[in-house]
Design a protein around this ligand. Structure first.
Ligand SMILES: *Cc1c(COP(=O)(O)O)cnc(C)c1O
Length: 377
C-alpha cells in the first residue's frame, strides 16, 4: 500500500476502500447514522468510548496545552485527564464545578484549547447548561467537547452549539451490554484530521471500529428512540415513587433537582429526563444490601457497572465506576459512599418491577412497612 493510493481514498465519499483501519464502508455508514442523530457534519466510530474521548482530545491538544473539564466525569475520563495526559504528553487539566459558570471562565488560560464536560454527568446526574458553556467556550476560542453517553436523543449538544459530541456506544446506543464501542461526532474537517496519515490520532493510534461491530450497532440505532423513551418513562415513575416514600433520590425529572428546569428547557420533546436514577442510601453497606436483595432474592435487576441495558443495572458508584477517583475527589463531585445508581431497564411490566423494588425496600427497613407511594400529579 503506497501513500499515493492512500491519498486517492481521502474524503467522505469514496468508490473503493483500501484498508479498514482507515475507511470501511460499514463503519462509515454507521458514522453517517450517528452524525445524523447528533446533527453534526460527520462522525467516525471508534473501538470504545474511551478511545473516542482520548483520540479527539489528542487531536485538539498538543504538548503543553490545557483543558478545562468538569470535576464530575466518568472515572476513566477523569483518570485520563488528571494522570495519563499529564505524564504522557504534558496536557494539563483544571477541573471545575461545571454549574459554576464563573469558575469555568476563571479556569481558562492562554493555553486552554478545550472545554470538556458530560451533558448529564455520571453518577450524580448533574445537567450541564450547554448553551451557556458553549458561549463561554467560543468567546475564548475553545473547542467545546461534550460526552453525551447518558442522554442520546434526549439532548443534542451539537444543535446547541457544541463543536464535538463523543459517545460511549457501549451503553444506551448498543443497549445490550455486549459491545464496546464509541463515536466522535464532529465537523468534517476535524474527522478528516483524525483520519490523517501523518497526524491523525484515530488513524495512527488505531482504535477504529471493527466492521462487524458497526454492522451490529447499525441495526440497533433505529430502535434507540423507543428504548430511550421507555428507560426514561420508567425511571421517572420509580424516582417519583421512591422520593414520595422519603428516600433521598437524585433524578433530573424531579422538581427538586437543581437542573430540572434547565433540562426541560434543553431536552428534545418526548424523551423525558433520562434513564438513570440515583438513590443515596448513605452507607456502602446499605447500598450493597439492597443490590444483593434486588438481584438475588427479588430478581429485579443485575449488579453491573454498565448502563443502558434492557434489564435494570445497579452499582454503587463510589466503589465501582468512580473508583479511579480518590475519596476527596469523590466527595467534591458529590458521590456519597452509599450512592446507588440504577440504570432502569424495560423488561417486565412497570407495576411488577415496582412491586419487586418496593418489597425489597420494606424488607430491608429502608422504608417503613405500610408506607404508601405517590405518583406524579
Ligand atoms: C462508559 C463511559 C465511557 C467510556 O466508554 P467505554 O465504551 O467503556 O470505553 C465514557 N463516558 C461515559 C459517560 C461512560 O458512561
Amino acid at each position: 500500500m503506497n501513500s499515493a493510493s492512500m491519498e486517492v481514498s481521502k474524503g467522505a465519499d469514496r468508490d473503493f476502500y483500501i484498508y479498514s483501519r482507515h475507511f470501511n464502508p460499514t463503519v462509515l455508514n454507521l458514522g453517517r447514522q450517528i452524525a445524523a442523530m447528533e446533527g453534526t457534519e460527520a462522525a467516525y466510530c471508534t473501538a470504545s468510548g474511551m478511545s473516542a474521548i482520548a483520540s479527539v482530545l489528542l487531536q485538539l491538544c498538543s504538548s503543553g496545552d490545557h483543558i478545562v473539564a468538569s470535576s464530575c466525569l466518568y472515572g476513566g475520563t477523569h483518570a485520563l485527564l488528571s494522570h495519563f495526559f499529564l505524564r504522557a504528553c504534558s496536557i494539563s487539566t483544571t477541573f471545575v464545578d461545571i454549574d459554576d459558570l464563573q469558575s469555568v471562565q476563571s479556569a481558562i488560560t492562554g493555553s486552554t484549547k478545550v472545554l470538556y464536560f458530560e451533558a448529564m454527568s455520571n453518577p450524580t446526574l448533574t445537567v450541564a447548561d450547554i448553551p451557556a458553556l458553549v458561549q463561554i467556550g467560543h468567546e475564548n476560542g475553545l473547542t467545546v467537547v461534550v460526552d453525551n453517553t447518558f442522554s442520546p436523543l434526549l439532548l443534542s449538544p451539537a444543535r446547541m452549539g457544541a463543536d464535538v459530541v463523543v459517545h460511549s456506544v457501549s451503553k444506551y446506543i448498543s443497549g445490550q451490554s455486549d459491545i464496546i464501542a464509541g463515536a466522535v461526532c464532529a465537523p468534517a474537517r476535524l474527522v478528516s484530521e483524525m483520519m490523517g496519515l501523518q497526524q491523525g490520532s484515530l488513524m495512527l493510534l488505531g482504535p477504529t471500529m471493527c466492521p462487524t461491530v458497526a454492522f451490529n450497532i447499525s441495526g440497533r440505532l433505529p430502535h434507540l428512540a423507543l428504548r430511550m423513551r421507555e428507560h426514561c418513562h420508567r425511571a421517572l415513575i420509580f424516582a417519583t415513587r421512591m422520593q414520595s416514600l422519603g428516600l433521598k433520590v437524585i433524578y433530573p425529572g424531579l422538581d427538586d433537582h437543581p437542573q430540572h428546569r434547565l433540562l426541560k428547557s434543553m431536552a428534545n420533546e418526548g424523551y423525558g429526563f433520562g434513564g438513570i436514577v440515583s438513590v443515596d442510601l448513605e452507607t456502602t453497606a446499605k447500598a450493597n444490601k439492597l443490590m444483593h436483595h434486588l438481584q438475588n432474592l427479588s430478581r429485579f435487576g443485575l449488579m453491573a457497572v454498565s448502563l443502558g441495558y434492557y434489564e435494570t443495572l445497579m452499582s454503587c458508584s463510589g466503589s465501582s465506576t468512580s473508583s479511579e477517583m480518590t475519596k476527596e475527589e469523590q466527595q467534591s463531585a458529590g458521590i456519597s459512599p452509599g450512592l446507588l445508581r440504577m440504570s432502569v431497564g424495560y423488561t417486565g411490566s412497570v407495576e411488577q418491577r415496582w412491586r419487586q423494588l418496593f418489597d425489597a425496600l420494606v424488607a430491608l427497613n429502608l422504608v417503613a412497612e405500610g408506607s404508601h407511594w405517590k405518583d406524579r400529579e
